[in-house]
Design a protein around this ligand. Structure first.
Ligand code: SF4
Ligand code: SF4
Length: 327
């Protein structure tokens, strides 16, 4: 007899039509067999393993802090390089989506700098997808442990159709600060990592956003802006799109310029590899030596496109102030 309780199926809007979007900006032309194989494994082999039944015998903890220590240890055991915890707030969820849990366990996995010494490149594209797959295994294993301990949870994979915005969650969970290039910079690991989450209701002690001087560094540095082949990274912060967790206006990357290039040029990533934060102490090679500054071949840049098709069906709720949870 099955001793586990099946989870209810929640109503949810359909996933965003990424292929239609790419078609409207001129088409996705990246076709790398090794990258395609990682994508196949993610969508065919990992997605069917997202759900699981929950053990009715629930493990309890003496405090949220003890529970956080337990889940963070498991996340690291399953391959996470970075792990943090925060509450899920309405501004973290795409409109129209329902998230049935209060806490996010946010996990990050590093990409290896060796693959990014030339960007855009096939090596960089394959490394992105390899880490998406590795992080998929991390969130699947962590969710399985939670369910075995009697705690229902939901997997938010780092790639594909997600109900939550990974970057705001990771910022609240203390992963780092938002860089000029729109990605998070971790104080130790720099910007070369990917993010996924497991959502649950187990009472957990939360982490806090950090201020390590990274945003201030960006205000004086423009390396990513200079090396962006599509000229998509801004000179100035803008107050038109809400605030970051520190309460500062954000740098807004022009996706109408970035995405058409990104969709043709091996997922680009030039802004990550050229990021100058911390004098590239994070950019070490397999043997521990410091990698060279990346080469960015400036080729033909497709025209900027902001296609007149329905963008995302779940418009992001505006975050007008620093998260009240963290003030
Ligand atoms: S991914 Fe490439 S095109 Fe997009 S912002 Fe970064 S450097 Fe620019
Ligand atoms: S290259 Fe410089 S400005 Fe751009 S994100 Fe990195 S530190 Fe910030």
């Amino acid at each position: 007899m099955n001793q586990y309780i099946p989870l209810p199926t929640l109503p949810t809007p359909p996933p965003f039509d990424w292929e239609g979007w790419y078609g409207a900006v001129g088409g996705r032309t990246i076709d790398i067999p090794e990258a395609n194989e990682w994508l196949r494994k993610i969508f065919q082999e990992q997605y069917p393993r997202f759900d699981g039944d929950v053990n009715p015998a629930q493990r309890s903890f003496t405090s949220p802090s003890e529970a956080s220590t337990w889940v963070k240890g498991l996340a690291r055991l399953h391959g996470a390089d970075i792990v943090g915890i925060c509450r899920v707030e309405p501004a973290d969820v795409y409109a129209g989506r329902t998230v049935p849990h209060r806490f996010a366990i946010v996990v990050g996995a590093r990409m290896l700098y060796d693959a990014f010494v030339t960007v855009p490149s096939k090596e960089a594209a394959v490394e992105c997808l390899r880490v998406y797959h590795a992080l998929g295994e991390t969130v699947i294993a962590l969710a399985s442990d939670l369910r075995t301990a009697g705690h229902a949870c939901t997997i938010e994979h780092p790639i594909g159709d997600s109900s939550v915005l990974h970057i705001p969650l990771a910022l609240k969970a203390g992963f780092g600060e938002l860089g000029r290039h729109g990605s998070i910079i971790h104080p130790e690991f720099g910007p070369l990592f990917r993010i996924g989450s497991v959502l649950c209701d187990l009472d957990l002690a939360c982490d806090e956003p950090i201020d390590a001087g990274i945003g201030a560094f960006c205000d004086r540095c423009k390396a990513c802006r200079i090396f962006c082949p599509a000229d998509a990274i801004p000179d100035e912060r803008s107050s038109d799109h809400g605030l970051d967790p520190q309460g500062n206006p954000r740098y807004i990357v022009d996706t109408g310029k970035c995405f058409p290039y990104f969709a043709r040029a091996n997922y680009c990533s030039a802004c990550l590899a050229t990021c100058a934060y911390q004098h590239k102490r994070w950019a070490t090679l397999h043997d521990g030596s410091v990698g060279q500054y990346p080469t960015v071949p400036f080729g033909t840049v497709p025209p900027a496109v902001d296609p007149d098709i329905p963008h995302h069906p779940y418009p992001q709720l505006r975050r007008d102030s620093a998260s009240p949870h963290h003030r």
